[in-house]
Ligand binder design. Structure first.
Ligand SMILES: NC(=O)c1ccc[n+]([C@@H]2O[C@H](COP(=O)([O-])OP(=O)(O)OC[C@H]3O[C@@H](n4cnc5c(N)ncnc54)[C@H](O)[C@@H]3O)[C@@H](O)[C@H]2O)c1
Length: 395
């Protein structure tokens, strides 16, 4: 079938298998162009490995350090009259390319929050790898069925304590407008923490430790975002920010657990704002990203997921040097985003943006390009008029 993009609000409901494979290849080529990561991780578990930062982490580990990888993700295969999700096709392409180079890659499509998924993954580690020396926790989920109670918690992206009003952009239609978001209820705050906080990461690490599948000196890392003041009420100080605070608290407890294993460590990396399936759903953030991209591209410091994760692995986690951490003990690969001149530029452009000057003042074109790329569209060398097989089994 011929597959075209069909964008509905902040999602694209179609995805192109060959385009996704070309996107994976671009990321592999980038990692290889940076040279190999010496003393990188050997056996890596990536939780949330099919898109965004988790996928880029898996690619950086496999193709930068020759790591064996196990990926856990929640994606949908194609059905008779429905395409598979981009993450489904991404994972097939990654796995084909990894195995073609003799790299071990094994996949688990299932709910990472569930006890059974953890048990299956642990059994696979025991069977194939013995132990893992890096666990990347990169889940972004709108819901979590609680493994003990069965209650389904749903996360919300809302301010806390007061109504938040700001401008936002409908990235599909290019319309800039003002929005007001009412504050979250106590129940919504608790639900968001249950989904995006640190409980599940801690459960994974305890389960891996109890099963003795963490290597001595193993590292685990999870990702967060801070960003500029203009987004704080909806991000850093909003429901998602409180969940991230909970993630950081869990990090301290997990770090203590990891310290019982030689030089083990648990870390939080603060990453840059990027177009991803998760970030496109956050109000206001896509407008910020469009302005940010314009400024960072002009300065020559723009990075996408793969550049960020390659830098995290090569220059931070596995540089062989002591980690340069911020006052809260976090790694900062959002350093170039947060530079004063970039943020001063954002402050200057922000109040001026309207529907009419959106194209001129921001990189909305680059935003849309990145957005479509996540679903395999707009990749060079792909004939989007050609027939494509949409039904592809997981490997
Ligand atoms: N995108 C950004 O701008 C940004 C910036 C900094 C930090 N982060 C953080 O990085 C992390 C990853 O975000 P992303 O933007 O790469 O998201 P993403 O939506 O691209 O990826 C999420 C991953 O989680 C998996 N997943 C979701 N629910 C699952 C479940 N129940 N079981 C198993 N897998 C499941 C998906 O399959 C996918 O692989 C998040 O913690 C996010 O807060 C994102």
């Amino acid at each position: 079938m011929v597959i075209k993009p069909r964008v509905r609000g902040f999602v694209c409901v179609t995805s192109h298998p060959e385009g996704c494979a070309a996107h994976i290849q671009q990321q592999i080529d980038y990692v290889k162009s940076k040279g190999s990561i010496k003393d990188g991780p050997k056996n890596v578990l990536v939780i949330g490995s099919s898109t965004g930062f988790g996928l880029a982490s898996r690619i950086a580990a496999a193709f930068g350090a020759g790591s064996k990888t196990i990926g856990v993700f929640f994606e949908r295969p194609s059905e008779e009259d429905r395409l598979g999700t981009a993450g489904w096709y991404n994972t097939i392409a990654f796995t084909e390319k990894a195995r073609a180079e003799g790299l071990y890659a094994r996949n688990f499509n299932g709910d990472a929050f569930a006890n059974e998924t953890k048990e299956q993954v642990i059994a696979a580690i025991k069977e194939d790898l013995g132990q893992v020396d890096l666990v990347v926790y990169s889940l972004a989920s709108p819901r979590r069925p609680h493994p003990d109670t069965g209650t389904v918690h749903k996360s919300v992206l809302k301010p806390v304590g007061q109504t938040y009003s700001n401008r936002t952009v409908d990235t599909d239609r290019g319309v800039v407008s003002d929005i007001s978001i009412d504050p979250a209820s106590e129940a919504e705050i608790a639900d968001t923490i249950a989904v995006m906080g640190g409980d599940d990461w801690e459960r994974w690490m305890n389960a891996l430790n109890d099963a003795d599948v963490l290597a001595d000196g193993a590292t685990t890392v999870a990702y967060t975002y801070i960003g500029p003041e203009v987004t704080w009420d909806i991000y850093k100080n909003g429901t998602i920010g409180l969940a991230k605070k909970d993630l950081e608290a869990a990090c301290k407890r997990i770090d203590a657990l990891m310290k019982t294993k030689g030089y083990g460590r648990a870390l939080i990396s603060v990453n840059k704002a990027l177009v991803s399936q998760a970030s496109s759903a956050i109000p206001v953030v896509p407008l910020y990203i469009s302005i940010l991209y314009k400024l960072m591209k002009a300065k020559g410091t723009h990075e996408a997921c793969i550049e960020q994760m390659q830098r995290l692995f090569a220059d931070r986690l596995y540089s062989g040097e002591a980690l340069d951490l911020d006052e809260a003990g976090r790694i900062r690969v959002d350093d170039w985003e947060m530079q004063d001149d970039i943020q001063a530029g954002v402050k200057e452009i922000w109040p001026q943006v309207t529907t009419e000057n959106l194209e001129a003042l921001t990189d909305i074109a680059g935003y849309r390009e990145e957005f479509l790329k996540m679903f395999g569209f707009g990749l060079p060398g792909i004939d989007y008029e050609a027939d494509t097989e949409p039904h592809r089994p997981m490997i």
